[in-house]
Design a binder for this molecule. Structure first.
Ligand SMILES: *Cc1c(COP(=O)(O)O)cnc(C)c1O
Length: 382
C-alpha cells in the first residue's frame, strides 16, 4: 500500500524483522531479556564501535541512566545545547539538576565551543562547576567534536553524547555515540532505524554498562528474594522489540545511504528556488552525517515566504513538514534556566523547516515536494 500523504520520517521496515519477532514467539521468549536483546546489543556495539551496549525502552531512558551514571544529582548543573529536542534536557530535570543552555554555531547547528567555554567560565565564577557536558548531533550532523572535547578535557568534564538522531554518522571514520563516556541512541518511530520505541546506551566502560543494566531492571540486589538498596527503574527493552531492532540494524548502511541521497537530491533540485537554501550544506572534512532529516533555511531578504506559510502550503498538498526544534531556552518549561548566547539558534528556528526525508520516498515523491515548494516560493517572490 502506498500512502498518499508524505510524512516527515515514517518507520521503514525491511524484510527480516518478522523472522526475529516470530522466533521470539515460537520460542515463547517474549520476556525477559533473551537472544534478540543480546543480538541487538551486539549489533549496536558493532555499528557504534564500542564494546558495551544496554538496550533500553527509549532514548530518553538511556539519557536518564547516562546522567545518573555520571553522578548527576539534585542541585547539579549540566551543560546542554539549547537547540535540540526537549528529550535531551528533560532527563537533567529528572535527576533534580538544572540544564545550563548553550547556543549553537552556524556551521553544524550544534553546541558552540566558544559559548561553551564562556558558560563554564561563568558558572565557575559563580561558584559552581557543571557536573557534565551533554552533547547532541542534531539531524545527524556531527558536532564540532575536536573543539568541544578539548574544552571538556580542559575543565575535566565527563561527556554524555546524545546521538539519538545520529546513528550511522561518523567523525574521522569513527561512528558517533562513542566519543563520550556514555553515548545514547534512540529507536523511536521517527528515527533512522526504529523498534517502534526503544533506545540504547553505549560505553567503553564495562562497570558503567553493568550498572546501567542494574538500574534499568529495578536495581535488584544479589539475593534470592527481592532486596533493594538503591532506587531503580523499569527501562529495559523487550525481547520482541529487540527482534525488530535486529532486522533494522541489518539495514543501517542502506538507510544512511538513502538519507544522504535524499539530502543531495534536495540540495541539487532546490538550488534555483528563490530565498531557499538546503542547510547545513557542507560537511567538514572528516565529518559524515547520516542526514536524518533534510532541513532548509529561508532568507527573508529574498522571499516573503516564512517557514509557517511554507508548511501550510505543503499541508494543502498533503505533505508533512515541521519547524526546526524550538530552542529550549525559549520554552516556558525552561524559562528560568541559564542560557549563554541564543541568537544563532533563535535565528535558525525562525527561518528553518524540516522536509520529508523518509527512506521509503521515491524520486517521484521528491519531485512532488519540490513542485509544492516551488509553487509557494514563486508566489511569495512574485
Ligand atoms: C528522539 C530524541 C531523543 C529521545 O529519544 P526517545 O527514544 O524518543 O526517547 C533524545 N534526543 C534527541 C536529540 C532526539 O531526537
Amino acid at each position: 500500500m502506498r500512502y498518499d500523504r508524505l510524512y516527515l520520517s515514517p518507520p521503514h521496515l525491511g524484510r527480516h524483522e518478522l523472522n526475529y519477532v516470530n522466533k521470539a514467539i515460537e520460542d515463547n521468549w517474549v520476556a525477559p531479556a533473551g537472544p534478540n536483546l543480546t543480538g541487538f546489543e551486539t549489533d549496536i556495539c558493532a555499528a557504534a564501535g564500542v564494546p558495551y551496549c544496554v538496550a533500553l525502552s527509549s532514548g530518553t531512558a538511556a539519557l536518564h541512566l547516562g546522567l545518573l551514571l555520571l553522578g548527576v544529582g539534585p542541585g547539579d548543573e549540566v551543560l546542554c545545547p539549547s537547540f535540540t529536542f526537549v528529550a535531551t534536557a528533560n532527563p537533567i530535570v529528572y535527576c533534580g539538576a538544572t540544564p545550563v543552555f548553550v547556543d549553537s554555531e552556524a556551521e553544524t547547528w550544534n553546541m558552540c565551543p566558544v559559548r561553551l567555554r564562556e558558560a563554564i567560565t561563568d558558572r565557575l565564577a559563580r561558584g559552581k562547576k557543571p557536573k557534565a557536558l551533554l552533547l547532541v548531533h542534531l539531524y545527524g550532523m556531527p558536532a564540532l567534536l575536536p573543539e568541544l572535547l578539548a574544552v571538556a578535557q580542559e575543565f575535566d568534564l565527563p561527556v554524555l553524547e546524545d546521538a539519538a538522531e545520529a546513528l550511522g554518522s561518523a567523525w574521522q571514520l569513527q561512528p558517533l555515540g562513542g566519543f563520550g563516556h556514555i553515548g545514547v541512541f534512540s529507536f523511536n518511530g521517527n528515527k533512522i532505524l526504529t523498534t517502534s520505541g526503544g533506545g540504547a546506551l553505549v560505553t567503553y566502560d564495562r562497570a558503567l554498562a553493568e550498572r546501567a543494566r542494574f538500574l534499568a531492571t529495578q536495581a535488584k540486589d544479589e539475593a534470592p528474594y527481592y532486596q533493594h538498596s538503591q532506587l531503580g527503574y523499569n527501562y529495559r527493552l523487550s525481547n520482541i522489540l529487540a527482534g525488530i531492532g535486529r532486522g533494522q540494524m541489518e539495514l543501517l548502511d542502506d538507510r544512511v545511504k538513502r538519507r544522504r541521497q535524499i539530502f543531495n537530491w534536495y540540495r541539487e533540485h532546490l538550488a534555483g528556488l528563490p530565498g531557499l537554501t538546503v542547510a547545513p550544506a557542507t560537511e567538514r572534512p572528516g565529518s559524515h552525517s547520516n542526514r536524518w532529516l533534510t532541513t532548509i533555511l529561508l532568507n527573508p531578504a529574498e522571499t516573503t515566504a516564512t517557514p509557517e506559510s511554507l508548511r501550510q502550503h505543503l499541508e494543502t498538498h498533503n505533505i508533512e513538514s515541521r519547524p526546526l526544534w524550538k530552542p529550549l531556552h525559549l520554552q516556558p518549561l525552561f524559562a528560568d534556566a541559564p542560557m549563554y548566547g541564543g541568537e544563532v539558534c533563535a535565528d535558525l528556528f525562525e527561518r528553518g523547516l524540516c522536509l520529508p526525508s523518509g527512506t521509503a520516498m521515491t524520486d517521484e515523491d521528491l519531485r512532488r515536494v519540490r513542485a509544492a515548494l516551488a509553487e509557494h516560493l514563486q508566489q511569495a517572490t512574485a
